[in-house]
Design a protein. Sequence first.
Length: 488
Amino acid sequence: MPKRPNVLLIITDQQRYDTLHCGGEEAIETPHIDWLSERGTRFTHAFCATPICSPARASLLSGLYPHQHGMVANHQPRPGCDQMHLSPDVKLIADYLKPEGYACGYTGKWHLGTGSDRRGFGEYVASHFDFDTDTPEQNEAIKRARALGVELSGRQQGTEPNLATFNNRTRVGPSLLHLADHPATLMCDRAMSFIQRHQHSDDPFMLVYSTHEPHSPFVSPRPFDAMYQSDDMPLPPTFTDKSFHPHTKIRQDNQLRKINEMGLSESEMREIVAAYYGQVSFCDHLVGRLMSALIDTGQLDDTLVIFTSDHGEMMGRHNMLLKGAAVFDDLARIPLVIVPPGGLGSECVDSALVSHIDLMPTILDWCGTDIPGGLDGMSLRPQIEASPDSDRLDGRRTGVVTEFHSCNWTNPIGPLRMWRTEEWKYVESYHGDHELYNLVDDPHECRNLIDDPASAGALATLKSGLRDWCERTGDTWPDVVIPPEIPK
């Protein structure tokens, strides 16, 4: 029996779907991800299960929506928020592959509220976050900083900016730790070591490499922090559109940042875009190093490689930064490149609606492992392996869902359910401020047609699609879990 394929899953944090050179963004350089795309399938309409870190990662690794796995908001190491964590009853991809003989490792950001416990990935772990470790000795950023005689501040995760040159208004600047000592580099080093030690193994591996970048603050090590000139950066197309701002108050959102209230100018926004693009190119550099490890050890053609991000970033669209109680494509749509073992020989660009919940069935399918029942996702392997002249959209879903509860557990809640088709998007809000967009006429989602009589037929169809999904996945929407009040 031939050896089953290795799996390398690369996850960035808060990376927009449109930040790949191969995707048409000429202002950014991503040569290594572009190279991956040339060997596989780049999905142009891939969506996260929710646009917030912890629940998005739990969905990506479990194949379940947040309302199913229970991690509906971020875990944070502070009272109240620290009660949100992934249930031990939820099985992750490694829990299925490890019994099948896979060596499973995890390097980088975890953020599932389980401390140093990586569940089925426990064979090989490297960490640098306070919420991902049980003791400072497990934090590799702290160990490296101490060896360099550098004192880390705040949460001591190693991604801190150099405060001597950091711009606190724009949140832009170089990192305190240099390129060779940056935690993303250290985690990449550990991932490469894992790949190298399995070069001659008879058993396949499953490895996750997860970065914190390009998450805010918009900081990266030199030369990436100064890679792009702000004058060359495009201004977001909906930079001046403030029509969504009232929704943030209705939804009690305290995470989305309104640029007009921050007082940022157009030139400062371009500085932020330049810094953010530098972070993305830093991630691309790390992807290249991982590909070199696979090539040098002769394992590239034996490995299923997946590149994606947990969710997006507003980056100036609709006059906002960061993420929160919204499901614009800016937040819900993510980059996704899948390269099968051996590659496809040429790039395939697929516009089918796909979701992060499809990744676990896809991986299990390629690894020859039974796909458990009860998953709403589907394997993308048949889609990827289809011949170029076949109908690649045959049998695919007609709509995709992104849900939202709150940013951090115990924050005020602003739950949402999005049902998106190729042409329309319907957003149902717990607080009643619903949204409807015609994506053909209004691709930037600026004109809310929820009260438009001419759109009533489309609205009814979209509502029906959402109801069917709720019934199929056991979602009790609009009934949602309510966080406990935290004593003041």
